[in-house]
Design a protein around this ligand. Structure first.
Ligand code: GDP
Length: 362
């Protein structure tokens, strides 16, 4: 074979030993996959590497990964449910990562094991804007007693939420007794986090009304506890004033189904002030909610909500991915906009196509 500059592939000579894979990262990725039972056993042992790999399977789009992930989740299901699930939200910069680091270290000091998951539908654009940068959770990330996982990327909110819910099951089976689900104070993600947690913590900055902080009223209403963070240095006085204002405002909200009265505290992720008190509130909530039966009832309600939510999401996704629907959608939309069809006729036609019923009139 002539040797020219165009030749790109090295010639394989018989008898010459071939070098192994030069990139150890690639070799590591090709590790043999475990069986579902081995994954479950590893998770139950609290093996964080196996737990991480199992969550990667949950996040994978490959059919064989999804089938394996489903068997792992089913294997973990009998061992889950023993944790407190805490949702944490607040606008970017309020100090969520710093708070979780300080709060988490406090919990580890008390002998708890903590998993931190995130729901961030914007991460499909920014590639994991929250928890992606773990530098503010350095000590927590280094601890054997904690597990930190950024939001699955490249997914709709429905997809992210479903995957996070399954990840909660795995983390609980791995013995993490406190699960934090972090989200940013934008979009619909708070509703998703609220519907998979027991306790909802809203972080705010000292001063500034809800509008100034970009917080929607609905989110304040969801909160079981509001913590005014950065209550240190010259912002302490302002933080105390904000606490009082929010305490007054909370009186105007209707009582919660849980029987819990939401509270407002100040804290500083930097100095640690107020962090033990916040945990004390959550601990009291848990005791109260377990004793009254609210915890079980609420989790059953959430399970039902996610059943219907998942059906809605999957049906919707299947509809819009359907080849026949995709071929017709734009022309039917144009006919509706031109006044040639009603929206209802258009929807009927598309649904009939989807359901493979082709017997509609016209
Ligand atoms: P996140 O975007 O909500 O996760 O916020 P970060 O945890 O990344 O914090 C944003 C900035 O606020 C960082 O520069 C932190 O050092 C700072 N910060 C966070 N908590 C506190 C606090 O309690 N006091 C003060 N003074 N600064 C804080």
């Amino acid at each position: 074979m002539p040797h020219g500059p165009k030749k790109t592939k090295p010639e394989v000579k018989p008898g010459v030993p071939q070098p192994g894979n030069l990139n150890p990262q690639l070799q590591r990725r090709q590790r043999p996959q475990l069986t579902a039972e081995q994954y479950v056993a590893g998770i139950r042992r609290g093996d964080r590497v196996i737990l991480g790999q199992a969550i990667t399977l949950i996040e994978s789009r490959r059919a064989e990964h999804q089938a394996l992930a489903q068997r792992i989740t089913e294997g973990c299901l009998p061992h889950c449910g023993q944790s407190v699930r805490i949702g944490i939200t607040g606008t970017p910069g309020v100090g969520k990562s710093s708070f979780i680091e300080a709060f988490g270290l406090h919990l580890l000091g008390q002998g708890h094991r903590l998993a931190v998951l995130a729901i961030d539908p914007t991460s499909q654009v920014s590639h994991g804007s929250i928890l992606g940068d773990k530098t503010r959770m350095e000590k927590l990330a280094a601890s054997e007693q904690s597990f930190i996982r950024p939001s699955p990327a490249g997914e709709s909110l429905g997809g992210v939420a479903r995957k996070t819910r399954e990840a909660i099951i795995l983390c609980e089976a791995a013995g993490f007794d406190i699960i934090i689900i972090e989200t940013v104070g934008v979009g619909q993600s708070e509703t998703a986090v609220h519907s998979m947690t027991d306790f909802f913590l809203l972080l705010l900055l000292p001063g500034g009304g809800d509008e100034l902080q970009g917080i929607k009223r609905g989110i304040v209403e969801m909160a079981d506890l509001i913590a005014v963070n950065k209550a240190d240095g010259e912002r302490l006085a302002l933080a105390k004033q904000s606490m009082q204002e929010y305490r007054n405002a909370l009186h105007l909200f209707p009582p919660k189904d849980s029987g819990w009265t939401p509270t407002v505290e100040i804290c500083s992720a930097t100095t640690g002030m107020g962090i033990p008190e916040i945990w004390q509130h959550i601990f009291s909530f848990r005791k109260m909610a377990s004793a009254s039966g609210y915890m079980d009832q609420h989790r059953r309600q959430q399970a039902r909500y996610w059943l219907y939510e998942t059906i809605d999401n999957q049906l919707r996704a299947a509809f819009f991915q359907d080849q026949a629907v995709r071929e017709k959608l734009k022309s039917i939309e144009a006919a509706i906009l031109a006044g040639q069809k009603t929206s209802f006729q258009g929807a009927e036609e598309l649904l009939a196509l989807f359901l493979k019923k082709r017997d509609f009139p016209g």
